[in-house]
Design a protein around this ligand. Sequence first.
Ligand SMILES: [Zn+2]
Length: 204
Amino acid sequence: MKLKLPDDLKKYTVFTVLKRVIPCIVLLALISVLLCFFGERIFPADNIAFRGMLYAFALALPFVITGVPLKLFDSSWQGKITAVDIKDRWGFTNEAIPRVYGKINVNLTVEKSNGDITFVEINERTYTKFLHYRVSENRKNEHFLDKYKVGDRIFHLYGTKHVVILKDGNEGPVICAVCRRENDIQNDTCCDCGHTIVKSGFIR
Ligand SMILES: [Zn+2]
């Protein structure tokens, strides 16, 4: 089953690919030209094999710098949460008056619409505060239990670093799949970036 993304989100993903690929191609072209015209001066090596190695190294640089093709390994997907695990790790800082620091991570097991199982880790909150704050943070864990529930449908847009919960009802805020801005559920487009807000599923 293929996701049918709204047109503006489709454009966003294409643009994201271009944004990653074009700098790589430009760098590659630039280095190729440099090697072509000034290669012997840049790498004055007599040994042909050694020079070949230097050339290969120089030509690999654009890929290392831009992260292509590794960064292209992503896809938009939709799935269902099958397990929620909230981890609250905390400790004390090494200061004269130690403060509490902590991280609340939400670990989700997700079954994608194509049947694949994937794991999503969301860093919900990082805090370094005094002890009383920790107590109030504890209470907020319940908020996260409410936010991520088994059975909820979840969506990830290619090129972004987050997931959004898909909502059918009329309650609560919805998160923009592109910029992560919280929007009113009545909104059809994001009040910040203007992209379509993905609320319910779009697999036909
Ligand atoms: Zn947005």
